[in-house]
Design a protein around this ligand. Structure first.
Ligand code: C5P
Length: 238
């Protein structure tokens, strides 16, 4: 069965060995992997090279936030790794995001490679209204997510990571080409784990997502390849 580049499988593992084993098991059922903080701090660029040698796309999910110059410099290094998608926190502000977008574009042009897509994290989905209130923003979470998505678009970013319930408002404000990467995806009948606002793979695309990020439903399945293939099949008609 053909893989689907809109499915991004999260390699949330503490060691390179565990992650590499998962990639070998899944084989050609997944074309796009997400490497987050845990695996990147454990396995570093060797993991990125391993995935690239196998022809996989890579979303390097390090969620950067610092002063504009520092973020821009770090993103130049990430761009040089040849990854396909990278991200920053939108709360770093417009100047930080503009510097980030400029750095990625310039570095990719200098190297003559395709520019990695740069997306923003708005408000973490682990944040509930009570915790959010402690931060003293004047908006609700939904209003704040939308405001940050628009700021990211105005700064020249390619899209956002956000939960599916936010898709309609964000895509109508930011346009249908704005990337909408959705975590918290659970095929019908699978465990919720610690995700609370979940959607099925099919619903996520029906809502306008451009990509879904799926971790445990694949990585903790008895047969990881079959679990990935079932998701590819479910989203085929979208
Ligand atoms: O195992 P599960 O499918 O819940 O994994 C989802 C992945 O997406 C994890 O790597 C998690 O860190 C990430 N993520 C998330 N919610 C966000 C942003 C990223 O679950 N808002």
């Amino acid at each position: 069965m053909q893989s689907d580049p809109r499915l991004i499988a999260a390699l949330d593992f503490p060691t390179a060995e565990a992650a590499k084993q998962a990639v070998e098991e899944i084989g050609d059922a997944v074309a796009y992997y997400k490497v987050g903080m845990e695996l990147y701090y454990a396995a570093g660029n060797d993991m990125i090279r391993f995935l690239k040698e196998r022809g996989k796309k890579v979303f390097l999910d390090l969620k950067l936030q610092d002063i504009p110059n520092t973020v821009a410099s770090a993103l130049k290094v990430e761009t040089k790794l040849g990854v396909d998608m990278i991200n920053v926190h939108a709360v770093g502000g417009k100047k930080m995001m503009e510097a980030a977008a400029r750095a990625v574009k310039e570095k990719a042009e200098e190297l003559g490679i395709e520019r990695p897509r740069l997306i923003a994290v708005t408000i973490l989905t682990s944040m509930d209204e009570a915790q959010f209130a402690d931060l003293n923003y004047k908006n609700t979470i939904a209003e704040q997510v939308l405001a940050l998505a628009k700021l990211a678009r105005d700064a020249g970013l390619d899209g956002v990571v956000a939960c599916p319930q936010e898709a309609e408002a964000i895509l109508s404000a930011c346009g249908p080409d704005f990337l909408f990467v959705t975590p918290g995806v659970r095929p019908a009948g699978s465990a919720l784990d610690d995700q609370s606002r979940v959607t099925t793979p099919a619903q996520a695309f029906a809502n306008g997502s451009s990509h879904i990020v799926v971790g445990r439903p694949i990585m903790k399945a008895e047969n990881r390849k079959e679990a990935a293939e079932a998701i590819v099949e479910e989203i085929r008609i979208f």
